[in-house]
Design a protein around this ligand. Structure first.
Ligand SMILES: Cc1ncc(COP(=O)(O)O)c(C=O)c1O
Length: 384
């Protein structure tokens, strides 16, 4: 049985072109980029070419891209150094951030004097802009706002440009976890006055274990991993050249094909929603994931109308039928604590029902969706 992979927000398969290029580099370009001999210099050249190309997608300087082991490390780097080195005394965030941000903020709060405020989350899963404005206006110490661009569980989109300008107006720094949007949305950072963002290659058909932080120049960020002077002193450790080449290749292909792939994936999402509405009455769409303006084209999060006894085994039953999807964030799929995101706006009643995230890629097809809808319909109708 070939599995139907609808868990692309957790991770994506590596594109063949990316894997081929990485294999080539792994064999040929093995010098340490910090070595001064010719093999080292070749690696350094490849590294800096990748950095330059990546920076060009966002209209920023190469020196503003710092390679990390992924999105989690990029978030940690920004949040921890902002408090330790940039004098941030107040963090404004939300309770629907990925754990890479929320658990990091909690850890910082427990060991420092930083104050943390949370922006209210509205019923549709978006953060309340009026409340953010209020919190910013009341803050009279150095403040960092950390709000994600695309929510990884429910897909809601934050208006990055609006929030960036609001932060500028109130002289606050702005960090956004853009792990779910880099490679899926164009971000021109010469127009968006954002200070930091985090990205991860495995969300756009690149390899796992590599990502980057964008850090606006002149801010003085310091490393959280100390050692050598790599990455302009911001992140110690020998750079993984083949992974960085994989990231660069995947990102370039993603941006070259952005419009056509977006249209295709969006049509799959629309088809999924239409078919599900037609076949499963009373299905709920969490947040505003059936609204194409407010929610990303890459995922839906559905609340299925079944009795509570069926809930615990629902994901397992889909897995048995060869369908890979998840409860929300991949990091919590194995835990029973439920979604911290859905808890913010769903009723107690709705929280007892199975909520499942289906996330799409250009490798999915309409016939796969037909199959999934058929299975969902059978599972919903099956007696408990
Ligand atoms: C929104 C968001 N932030 C951060 C991360 C963590 O990224 P990484 O897996 O590269 O550490 C993820 C991945 O699940 C994510 O979806």
């Amino acid at each position: 049985m070939t599995p139907i992979y609808l868990d692309n927000a957790a991770t994506t398969c590596v594109r063949n072109e990316v894997a081929d290029k990485m294999a080539l580099i792994l064999k040929s370009t093995y010098g340490n980029p910090s070595s001064t001999h010719s093999l080292g210099r070749s690696s350094k050249t490849v590294l800096e070419q990748c950095r330059k190309r990546i920076a060009s997608h966002f209209n920023v300087k190469s020196s503003e891209i710092i390679f990390t082991s992924g999105g989690t490390e990029a978030d940690n780097l920004v949040l921890r150094s902002a408090v330790c080195d940039l004098g941030v005394q107040h963090i404004i965030s939300s309770k629907i951030e990925h754990h890479a941000v929320s658990h990091t903020i909690a850890a910082i709060e427990s060991t420092s004097k930083v104050m943390v405020s949370y922006v209210n989350v509205l019923k549709d899963g978006t953060v309340c802009m009026d409340h953010l404005q209020e919190l910013l206006a009341l803050s009279n110490v150095k403040t960092l706002v950390s709000l994600m661009h695309i929510n990884n569980e429910i897909g809601t989109i934050l208006d990055l440009e609006y929030v960036a300008h609001l932060c500028k107006k109130h002289k606050a720094l702005f960090h956004s976890d853009t792990v779910q949007s880099v490679g899926h949305y164009n971000l021109d950072l010469s127009l968006i006055p954002i200070d930091f963002l985090a990205a991860s290659a495995h969300k756009f058909h690149g390899p796992k274990g590599i990502g980057f932080a964008f850090v606006r120049s002149g801010l003085g960020l310091q490393p959280i991993i100390t050692g050598g002077a790599q990455e302009r002193g911001c992140r110690a450790g020998t750079e993984s050249i083949h992974d960085i080449v994989g990231l660069d290749t995947a990102l370039s292909i993603a941006y070259q094909n952005l419009e056509s792939e977006k249209q295709y994936i969006q049509s799959l999402k629309a088809y999924f929603i239409d078919r599900l509405k037609a076949e499963v009455s009373d299905v709920g769409f969490n947040g505003c994931c059936d609204n194409f303006e407010k929610s990303t084209y890459t995922l839906v999060n559905v609340c299925l109308p079944v009795s509570t006894e069926k809930t615990p085994l629902f994901l397992f039953q889909l897995d048995l039928k060869g369908i890979a999807c998840s409860k929300g964030s991949a990091c919590q799929s194995g835990s029973d604590s439920g979604s911290h995101v859905l808890r913010e706006f769903l009723s107690e009643e709705a929280l007892k029902k199975p909520s499942i995230r289906f996330s799409f890629s250009k490798y999915n097809t309409k016939s796969e969706i037909d199959e999934v809808i058929g299975v969902l319909k059978d599972l919903v109708l099956e007696p408990a």
